[in-house]
Design a protein around this ligand. Structure first.
Ligand code: F6R
Length: 606
């Protein structure tokens, strides 16, 4: 997505802006740009297509980069309107070259505004964002705050904007609706960013702006306004962490994050499970007992949606609660039948995904009970939900989600266990599953030690143009996650089907050039899956089996063995090998593992 960063304070803005963009780059990397202004009302402007490193080298070559600019705005773009060109790269500028703007979001009525403004102004690009700069020039009433407020009233859609005025270099103004905006304060000044991670190394405390709020930063001091009135918001202390900028000994953040999985499952359970007593001890889960929950709807996108599907098996099988999982972008435009005894669960790593956020707004507007499973602390979705548990995966920089999914699985299983106990008092069976959760970190460690075996197998399959991922029952959404990860990281075409569904059409695509990853674990329709494997092999299709250790290996062309667990815990086991193999295939094909083409970490537009 597009992400913004801005600074106003004592130091030279340029290096701070470039560094800020580097930390945000994983969220959108089609192009990047910065604009800064100094006391003499001189502007520094650089833009580059491609990665932030391209911008950084342009900035480095610019002889003015070392001058002092006390205010500046910066942007990294994920193209929505218009191609990846310098013209479409932010910051955008008004025709009189006075107002500079960066924008994250989508202005839905931009064509209508543009049609009117085109009669007076020349448009150099195709973005919806450019109209904001022109609109500010057109609406300017001598006061930037009142002008920005007027402009915001004219725009429909989602936005976080920061505006800089060449004639008033001591001030920048930020405003938001829908898209995230964090304002951080440090010793050297005030920062605006889309994401707290971008400022955690420079700011000590922060506030998150709510929709309709505006921040005015003058000479390193901030003032926040809501509906034209100045308001005081309490700042929160920033939890400084360096893990985000450091890949350690790994080639990529994605690999580092896969190796953090044993810690993630420990963090998910910490303070929520008493492993000695084998009991769930979480107050939030406990408080769900105060509500009569007859149905559950889970709303999410992408990998979080597939995690939701795994969770729905747990909620149905253990807690006995009818559970439906909905793709957020579909749920939003489907007929919504609010139900007071339904618990609405929103799953999101970033906590900013626009499709999910808008569904949450819709559900909240009907006063239904909402529960968030979010990774990024303090993010919009986390703040909006009535109740929730963090997935506690830590910062995830790799655009493809990995370790966070383990956190999501962990929270969903805890939720299902806790609702199960409340209904059926199946304490003994619950204790057995808790024991298995206790063993999971060691299991993951052992899998990580097998990484070279997985990589050797992966290398053999990098040459194939297309693959299948197959699984049944609770392993079907796990296969879907595997398929998404392979295509996202390697750009190899991959499809996921329920293994039993193959014969209803997709089998037509199976031949010697289309291998299949088949998830076939003990206790989950093993015999039926074996019959499906034979159907593939009868058509010369290769099969990579992900199977329970000790089972018959002779069936498969290649196989990954995972330890035996109960069927309930089995979805945790195939992911580490599949992700390591997907990364290896991607590396063999020279893909950018951390920043796959066309993608962005956090999708803040619908
Ligand atoms: C896939 C991936 C995406 C996200 C999806 C939802 O690896 O990362 O499919 O899962 O964009 O994002 P969140 O979870 O942030 O709402």
């Amino acid at each position: 997505m597009c992400w913004i960063f801005a600074y106003n304070g004592k130091k030279n803005a340029i290096p701070l802006l470039v560094e800020g963009l580097r930390t945000l780059e994983y969220r959108g990397y089609d192009s990047a740009g910065i604009a800064a202004v100094n006391e003499k009302k001189e502007i520094f402007l650089e833009k580059a297509t491609g990665k932030v490193s391209n911008l950084a080298s342009k900035v480095q070559k610019n002889p003015h980069a070392k001058d002092t600019y006390q205010a500046g705005i910066a942007h990294t773009r994920w193209a929505t309107h218009g191609k990846v060109t310098l013209e479409n790269t932010h910051p955008h500028v008004s025709e009189n070259e006075r107002f500079y703007v960066v924008h994250n979001g989508i202005i839905e009525n931009y064509m209508g505004i543009k049609n009117i403004l085109e009669k007076k102004y020349h448009f150099y690009g195709d973005t919806d964002s450019e109209i904001i700069a022109k609109l500010i020039e057109d609406s300017f009433d001598g006061d930037l705050l009142s002008t920005v407020t007027t402009v915001c009233e004219k725009m429909v859609g989602a936005y976080a904007i920061v505006v800089m005025d060449k004639e008033n270099p001591s001030t920048i103004i930020g405003a938001k609706l829908g898209s995230p905006m964090i304002v951080g304060e440090g010793d050297d000044g005030v920062f605006i960013a889309s994401d707290i991670n971008a400022i955690s190394h420079v700011a000590k405390e922060f506030v998150s702006l709510e929709d309709g709020e505006t921040v005015v930063i003058t000479d390193g001091k901030k003032e926040i306004y809501s509906l034209g009135e100045r308001i005081i918001k309490t700042s929160e202390v920033i939890d400084h962490n360096q893990e985000m900028v450091d890949k350690g000994n790994f080639d990529t953040f994605t690999e580092k994050e896969i190796y953090e999985i044993p810690e993630v499952i420990k963090n998910v359970c910490k303070w929520r499970i008493d492993f000695e007593k084998k009991e769930i001890i979480n107050e939030t889960l406990e408080s769900l007992g105060d509500h009569e929950i007859k149905r559950i709807e889970i709303i999410a996108s992408g990998s979080s949606y597939f995690a939701g599907q795994v969770g729905s098996y747990w909620l149905k099988t253990l807690a006995g609660i009818p559970t439906e999982v909905r793709i957020s972008s579909e749920f939003l435009y489907d007929t919504f039948l609010p139900h007071k005894k339904t618990l609405y669960i929103f799953i999101s790593q970033s906590g900013e995904t626009a499709d999910v956020r808008e569904c949450l707004k819709m559900v909240k507007a009907k006063w239904c009970l909402t529960f968030g499973i979010v990774n990024v602390v303090g993010s919009t979705i986390a703040r909006m939900c009535d109740l929730g548990l963090y997935s506690h995966a830590g910062v995830e920089v790799g655009v493809a989600s990995t370790k966070n999914i383990i956190g999501q699985y962990g929270v969903l299983l805890l939720l299902a266990l806790s609702l199960w106990i409340k209904r059926d008092l199946q304490i003994h069976q619950c204790k057995t599953i808790i024991e298995e959760l206790w063993n999971l970190p060691d299991t993951f460690e052992l899998q990580l030690q097998q990484a070279n075996t997985y990589k050797e197998i992966a290398k053999k399959y990098a040459k194939y143009p297309s693959m299948f991922f197959l699984g049944r029952n609770i392993l079907y959404p796990v296969a879907a996650e595997g398929s998404l990860k392979l295509k996202e990281l390697s750009y190899i075409h991959s499809e996921c089907y329920s293994t039993g569904e193959l014969k209803h059409g997709p089998l037509a695509l199976i031949d010697k050039n289309t291998p299949s990853f088949v998830l076939n674990l003990k206790g989950i329709m093993q015999e039926k899956t074996i019959s499906n494997v034979r159907e593939i092999q009868a058509r010369n299709g290769k099969v990579i089996g992900i199977i329970t250790s000790g089972e018959d290996k002779s069936l498969y062309d290649d196989m990954i063995e995972v330890p035996e667990t109960s069927a309930i815990v089995s979805p945790f086991l195939p992911l580490v090998p599949i992700w390591i193999m997907s990364v290896e295939i991607a590396k063999t094909l020279w893909r950018d593992v951390d920043k796959p083409q066309n993608l962005a970490k956090s999708v803040t537009v619908e």
